[in-house]
Design a binder for this molecule. Structure first.
Ligand code: C2E
Ligand code: SIN
Ligand code: SIN
Ligand code: FE
Ligand code: FE
Length: 425
């Protein structure tokens, strides 16, 4: 049995973590944090978290962490991006876990028991195999593995949490014992309701984005997803370069993901003949188009919380330029005065430049242009990666914040991987 003082500390730790997770509004940030904390609770070296997509019947890997592999990378560098997904069947461990909604505790994945015995003592033949592909590619050795179903309050499966290689104080790999199993299931039991709140927030944002998408076929879900993923990656690298404290990073990226998704929702108020025009806009049309920044900001006014504030800032300022050049907009224009479908001033009265432009907006500006260039639009062709990277480099200190361009250059290959992966969704 657990020593009671340790037990008390563990339960308090879990309650503390639960409180922290409740403050996260973004599903992706939440999933990543769930994985981090789960590993911490039972001192596991590695792990992954999967989300179940009921629409497509797919179990999708959302985050993977691995301290051993991570420690071999340079500071600020990340594990390779994984978009692994599968139809859940009982032949895989995570699939079996999702379908049976049972915890799977394995001592050694390379030495599986032929039978599994469930909580009621019933003995059945093991349906699943361990898939050693990831180990073969990474050179990592998976041994002990605890796989936990994550279940929503309505009983539906949310996903699967898989943690790997529990360690003792000397970092020797040990099995997950019954205490570990107990703490993780205590933790997992709380996650359904926390996830649901974030899920609803995401769903409402998605609905707003979808509405904008009905009007503007270019602003597809894929475009929005890409811009928000690029933005997070650029910020992460920037934050690592600037050694921004972890707590601040967590909170910022939580809001950033949602803000980036919303950056162009103001386009709902741009007239069809402009929004859907094949070919270049005239100056007058472009001046009306510019109003999408102010409309987006109006949608998120009044500001009720940090998320709203960031969404509003990003909507309003994602087309302002670092050098304050006159092609940036809307500058310091009073956005509440803007009347939809009218022209913005052709030349802005009061420019905004440098760090007066909120960081989130500077990031989304870069992410948005990367995506706009890499994809075909009704008014332009797709640019090559090389040309796109060159253009962004050229715009350092002009259109874009030089420190963000620097972060971008460090992760450009990763961004392109994400670009390709989200393209095929
Ligand atoms: P968008 O297509 O999402 O483009 C976002 C931003 O990417 C643009 O903001 C611009 O900064 C950058 N960008 C796009 N294409 C190019 C390019 O070929 N070269 C360079 N250097 N940058 C590029 P911008 O210009 O403020 O435009 C905002 C939105 O207005 C665009 O969003 C698009 O929806 C619309 N738009 C802009 N110009 C035209 C046009 O000539 N025709 C049509 N139909 N729409 C346009
Ligand atoms: C877009 O370009 O805005 C989205 C469509 C796509 O390129 O996949
Ligand atoms: C413009 O129409 O002047 C801006 C769009 C672009 O840079 O391609
Ligand atoms: Fe825009
Ligand atoms: Fe955009």
């Amino acid at each position: 049995m657990v020593e009671s003082s340790i037990h008390k500390i563990k339960i308090e730790q879990i309650a503390e973590i639960e409180k922290e997770l409740r403050e996260i509004h973004d599903v992706d940030v939440l999933l990543e944090n769930i994985l981090t904390f789960a590993r911490k609770i039972v001192n596991a070296d590695a792990g992954s978290i999967y989300e179940y997509d009921s629409k497509e019947n797919l179990l999708k890997i959302r985050y993977s962490q691995n301290d051993t592999i991570q420690s071999r990378l340079a500071p600020g560098e990340k594990l390779p991006f994984s978009s692994y997904r599968m139809i859940p069947t009982t032949q895989s461990i995570s699939g079996y876990c999702a379908l049976s909604k049972k915890i799977v505790n394995i001592v050694d994945v390379y030495n599986l028991d032929e039978f599994i015995i469930d909580a009621s003592g019933q003995k059945t033949r093991r349906p699943y195999e361990f898939n050693s592909n990831t180990d073969n590619v990474s050179g990592y050795h998976t041994q002990s593995m605890l796989t936990i179903p994550l279940i929503m309050t309505n009983g539906r499966i949310l996903g699967v949490l898989q943690i790997i290689n529990a360690q003792d104080e000397q970092n020797n790999v040990i099995p997950f014992d019954t205490d570990a199993e107990y703490y993780i299931s205590q933790f997992a039991n709380k996650l359904g309701s926390i996830y649901e709140y974030a899920y609803l927030t995401r769903m409402n944002i998605d609905r707003l984005v979808k509405m904008a998408g009905f009007r503007d076929p270019r602003e597809t879900g894929a475009h929005v997803e890409r811009v928000s993923s690029f933005a997070i990656e650029i910020y992460d690298r920037y934050a690592a370069n600037k050694k921004i404290p972890e707590n601040e990073v967590k909170k910022f990226r939580d809001n950033l993901r949602m803000a980036a998704r919303c950056h162009d929702v103001g386009k709902v108020a741009v007239p069809d003949e402009i929004l859907k025009k094949e070919g270049r806009l005239t100056d007058d049309e472009y001046d009306i188009m510019k109003g999408h920044t102010c409309v987006g900001a109006q949608i998120f006014t009044p500001v009720e919380n940090d998320v709203d504030r960031m969404v509003r800032d990003v909507c309003l300022h994602h087309h302002d330029r670092w050098d304050g050049g006159s092609r940036g907009y809307p500058g310091n224009f009073n956005y509440m005065d803007y009347i939809p479908e009218t022209k913005m001033p052709h030349v802005i009265e009061q420019e905004l430049c440098g760090t007066d432009i909120p960081l989130a907006a500077r990031i989304v500006s870069l992410a948005d242009v990367y995506d706009a260039l890499r994809h075909k639009r009704c008014y332009k062709d797709e640019w090559t990666v090389e040309d796109t990277v060159q253009e962004i480099k050229n715009q350092s200190g002009k259109q874009f914040d030089p420190e963000l361009v620097e972060a971008f250059m460090q992760i450009k290959n990763r961004l392109e991987d994400i670009n390709q992966s989200i393209d095929s969704l």
